[in-house]
Structure formats: structure tokens, C-alpha cells
Design a protein around this ligand. Structure first.
Ligand code: 13P
Length: 257
């Protein structure tokens, strides 16, 4: 297969988390769709599952892609409350976040489950955005590399050669929603580790977008996105404001891939 390094576009994905409402979504997505014209990066919004249908309609005719924030590891059956990858696909989802630190922390999701979720997404033709990242305690103990490598290794182990079809998001837990961003150098250092790990796992590692997430905003996006191994962003708070989100998209469109 051809190496797509040269034409790989950066990906800016918004993670709305548990925010939104029918009216607010309408205004936000309309503004993003309008502002997105001419952007040369990939852009997506990962919305709460009940709003997939609404945003699917709002994004029609636009390059804005749709994503979910989680997916079941199971294909179907007696799993009350779960949403399968095929259901997400029914609503036009192209991406599903898996292993976000908030799910690892508040819902007890471990590496093996996250790997199975990634597998379920891939089986339905959905790109899993696999989140990895260390806590502050782990960073201070010098364990950052060990932690992110362990988290990614589980996904590589379960998904084999399909690993080139995932996206990865490095989200240092201490930088999420805290206003504390990893410096571009700190982020690049971890991204390079993840890139090397992917490279060892697949000949097509270059096609994997490795996103940075954690207080990325309109002000700091350009310098983060200028790093050689930062292929985009997973944006929380700033994705709820159309002007801020669009400014990050502009930064990604101008950054050298
Ligand atoms: P913030 O951008 O609000 O820090 O959130 C990052 C995040 O968790 C995206 O998934």
C-alpha cells in the first residue's frame, strides 16, 4: 500500500463531552459548517449519542465529519445502555473516541476494554480515536512513556495490522480542562514515542493521525500543530465555541503536515 505521509491532512476533532442541547447544537454546527469552507484540514465533532441524528442533518453537504464519544465493545445484544458501532454508522459517524481518560477514570475502563472498543469500531468502518495519557502523579514519577506505551500496546496487540486505520490522541490527564497545556516540546516528545511504537507495529504507521488534547485553544494551537509529530487536536472546551474551534481549524490548515 502507498505511504500517505505526503498528503496526510491534520485532523481537528471537537469533543463536546456531556454538553449541548438542541438549540445550542444548531447554532454551533451551523457556524462551524459556514466557517469551515476552504479549510484544508479534516474536521469533526464528537457529539453526545442522542444528538448524532441532529448533527447528521446539520452537517449535510459539508466536509464536517461526525463522531461519537464512546462505542460498545459488543456488536449487539443484552447490553443495556450501550451503543454499538453499527448504530453509530447508521447515523453517519466516521469517528468514535475510545479510552478517553474520563471514561477510564469514572467508568473503570481498562486497557483491554479500550482495545476491544477500538476493534468493534474498526469492524464497522469507524475510525477509533484512541486516547492515551498519563496522570500528574505518573508524570511526576517519570512514568509518562511507560504509561502511554502500555495503553497503546494493548490496542496494537488486539488490532494487529488494522492498527494503521486508527487515530491516536495523546491527552495528558493533568492538561484536560485545567488550562494547563503541555508545552509543544513536551507533547512532541510523547508523540515521537507513540510514532515509534506505531512504526514498529505497522509499515503504514505514517497514515495514523496522532492528535494532541488538553487545553488546546485558539491561542496555543498553531505552535502545538507545528510540531513534526502532532497531526491534529482533540479539543474539549474550545470546541463548544464556533469562533475558537474555527481558529484552531485555520491553524491546522496552515500548519505544515
Ligand atoms: P479540554 O480541551 O477542555 O482540555 O479537553 C480536552 C479533552 O479531553 C478532549 O477530549
Amino acid at each position: 500500500m502507498q505511504d500517505r505521509t505526503q498528503d496526510k491532512k491534520k485532523l481537528i476533532a471537537g469533543n463536546w463531552k456531556m454538553n449541548g442541547g438542541i438549540e445550542a447544537n444548531d447554532a454551533l454546527v451551523r457556524a462551524i459548517v459556514t466557517g469551515l469552507r476552504g479549510a484544508s484540514c479534516l474536521a469533526a465533532v464528537c457529539v453526545p449519542a442522542p444528538y448524532l441524528a441532529q448533527v447528521q442533518v446539520l452537517r449535510q453537504g459539508s466536509t464536517l465529519e461526525l463522531g461519537a464519544q464512546d462505542v460498545s465493545a459488543h456488536a449487539q445484544g443484552a447490553y443495556t445502555g450501550e451503543v454499538s458501532a453499527r448504530m453509530l454508522k447508521d447515523f453517519g459517524a466516521r469517528y468514535a473516541i475510545v479510552g478517553h481518560s474520563e471514561r477510564r477514570q469514572y467508568h473503570g475502563e481498562g486497557d483491554a476494554l479500550v482495545a476491544d472498543k477500538a476493534k468493534a469500531a474498526l469492524a464497522a468502518g469507524i475510525t477509533p480515536i484512541v486516547c492515551v495519557g498519563e496522570t500528574l502523579t505518573e508524570r511526576e514519577a517519570g512514568r509518562t512513556e511507560e504509561v502511554v506505551k502500555r495503553q497503546l500496546a494493548a490496542v496494537i496487540h488486539t488490532n494487529g495490522h488494522c492498527i494503521s486505520e486508527i487515530a491516536v490522541a495523546y491527552e495528558p490527564v493533568w492538561a484536560i480542562g485545567s488550562g494547563k497545556t503541555a508545552t509543544p516540546e513536551m507533547a512532541q516528545q510523547v508523540h515521537a514515542v507513540l510514532r515509534a511504537q506505531l512504526k514498529a507495529a505497522t509499515a503504514h504507521s505514517a497514515r495514523v493521525n496522532i492528535l494532541y488534547g488538553g487545553s488546546m485553544n485558539a491561542g496555543n494551537a498553531a505552535t502545538l500543530l507545528a510540531q513534526p509529530d502532532i497531526d491534529g487536536g482533540l479539543i474539549g472546551g474550545a470546541s463548544l465555541n464556533a469562533a475558537d474551534f474555527l481558529q484552531i481549524i485555520v491553524a491546522a490548515s496552515h500548519a505544515v503536515a
